[in-house]
Design a protein around this ligand. Sequence first.
Ligand SMILES: Nc1ncnc2c1ncn2[C@@H]1O[C@H](COP(=O)(O)OP(=O)(O)OP(=O)(O)O)[C@@H](O)[C@H]1O
Ligand SMILES: [Mg+2]
Length: 475
Amino acid sequence: MELALRAAANQQRYPQTAQLISQLITNNGRPDFPARHLLDADSNPVPFHRAQDYAYDSTARIVAMLAGTQSGKTSFGPWLLAKWIGELGSGDYFAVTSSYDLFKLKMLPEFLRVFEEVLGLGRFWLGDKIFELRDPRTGEFWAKRSVDRMYARVILRSAQSLSGLESATVKAMWLDEAGQDEFSVDAWKALRRRGTIHKARVLITTTLYNLGWLKQQIIDPAEKTGTKIVERDAHGGEIEVTHNATEDIDLVQFDSIINPQFDYSEYELARRTMPDDEFLMFYRGRVAQLRSLIYDIFRRKENTCTRFPIPPEWKRYLGLDFGGVNTAGVYLAEEPETKKLYAYREYLAGGKSAKEHATDMLAGEPGKPRAYGGASSEGQWRTEFASGGLPIRQPEVSDVEIEIRRTYAQVKTEQLIVFDDLTGTLDQLGRYRRKRDKAGNITDEIENKNDFHYLDALRYIVSSIRSEHKRNWLS
Ligand SMILES: Nc1ncnc2c1ncn2[C@@H]1O[C@H](COP(=O)(O)OP(=O)(O)OP(=O)(O)O)[C@@H](O)[C@H]1O
Ligand SMILES: [Mg+2]
């Protein structure tokens, strides 16, 4: 009943365009293709499963389909995007996935199968990776070249190649695999900016792999004040819908076995043999306490706070991680009475000289913070920064594990608090984790360890100004 009401409200929200897609479909493609169906592996129509139905009917601005592996996410994405284009009409749209490989192997073929072969909505401009939709009133294409104006276009990309889209403003977007490590918080921010003017609708279809921005910026706010409906099917497969009208988000989370195609015994085998946390995330699309997470004791409630003006007498510190491509900085301020450290600013920039970095890093600071940074071998950087006006000390320790342990202790004792608008640092805290071996055991190795510039900067500074707390759990 509730869903039916929402569908009716949706009709009112977009009265004039609802028929555009259907006009186009009858002109081209496979006009006999039934509604609310998608293509199976042999290109036969199969009906949406229950969770796909929920997502299809959602009227929330952001629909996040967080679900198990092979549960029917990528094959569904194009259908909801097509529906939204039908409702929103002429304009620009995005379809973005995490990496170029997934773009080429999964998203693009699935997208073209639906938009070109079944719906016959238009044509693909290969060089620019743009799908042009014909004008539904005339059936004509507007463009002569890929750069010409089009009735509507879907710009298809991987999250790693979003540059060049700065001027696009879109009405809706489909983000596949947004939970992967490769789908960065910067990509998400860039996409969101492109959608602000039209309050773009966003469809996210992904499995959960980490507890980064997707959890922090979509799942957490939705769950905070949202209402939940849980539905079970005959096999015990679960769908959990979290509806949050204030945030305008619907989370549709479900198990792999909700897809009738998914082999039940494989699911049971995974449940029996995988670590619980990974099973929850990979096969059920639910958030788990990831045991492989390095700062697993970091708590949003205890370890973050809203920004406040920092009193001028507080001591300030700066940790730096140098790099030719990116130099990162994390700034800390120390509350005199409690000695609590507040991370209040983050810096990440590339393509600059040490002097330019130094100038930009000091801009807005009341004085020169006590700075530590770089590995022991990076003396040259420190010298260059010093001659650029920012002296930087070599970190006290030169062992990643000890540095992490000292930082961990500060987090655990709530002596390290991060301002909740430091989205880059927070995102990395939710992703920084150790590799697992084939048997699922956690190893010492850090996953993509060179990608965590903020956290490298953070451990340099914290371990230099704080010694280890002697506690049992550290020994
Ligand atoms: N409602 C459905 N009924 C039957 N089969 C379906 C349904 N939805 C999807 N499938 C099929 O299940 C298979 C997996 O679908 P899809 O690729 O969309 O899953 P996914 O969740 O994107 O997987 P991955 O986790 O690998 O990204 C495909 O062969 C697809 O055709
Ligand atoms: Mg997929």
